[in-house]
Design a protein around this ligand. Structure first.
Ligand code: 5GP
Ligand code: ZN
Length: 115
């Protein structure tokens, strides 16, 4: 846990409501400022600043992060219609919270390229 990290506080149950999903390794919760009808954040419980700081030892964790997002897409009813997973990294990527996260966006037709 990193002090002053809002996502670490959510993992610890010290901020936000009950998560959508949580296990020993990952936590999923609704984005506070949704950009689509479904906008869920899926994060590792471990504090990893961004994908730049992920290491080889995190490979199973990162796989679990993706599979959890796919399971939630199924559970939330957007698997068939489609969805997008996004990981913003660093200033040009638009990252604003420095605890690695996957955005799961769905429920509307998303445009490409992103802004
Ligand atoms: P980023 O800009 O780093 O890719 O994404 C950070 C996301 O976290 C944003 O979509 C923002 O709305 C969301 N967010 C920031 N603070 C909180 C919070 O306290 N609770 C929740 N649920 N989402 C948050
Ligand atoms: Zn953190």
């Amino acid at each position: 846990m990193s002090q002053n990290c809002i996502f670490c506080k959510i993992v610890a149950g010290k901020s936000g409501g009950p998560p959508l999903y949580q296990d020993e390794h990952v936590t999923a919760f609704k984005d506070i400022n949704p950009q689509a009808p479904l906008h869920v954040l899926v994060i590792p419980n471990k504090h990893i600043v961004s994908l730049n700081e992920a290491e080889a030892e995190d490979r199973v964790l990162l796989g679990h992060l993706f599979l959890t997002a796919a399971k939630l897409a199924q559970q939330e009813g957007v698997a068939a219609s489609g969805y997008r997973l996004v990981t913003n990294t660093g200033p040009n990527g638009g990252q604003s919270v420095f605890h690695l996260h996957l955005h799961l966006l769905g429920g509307r037709r998303l445009t490409w390229p992103p802004g």
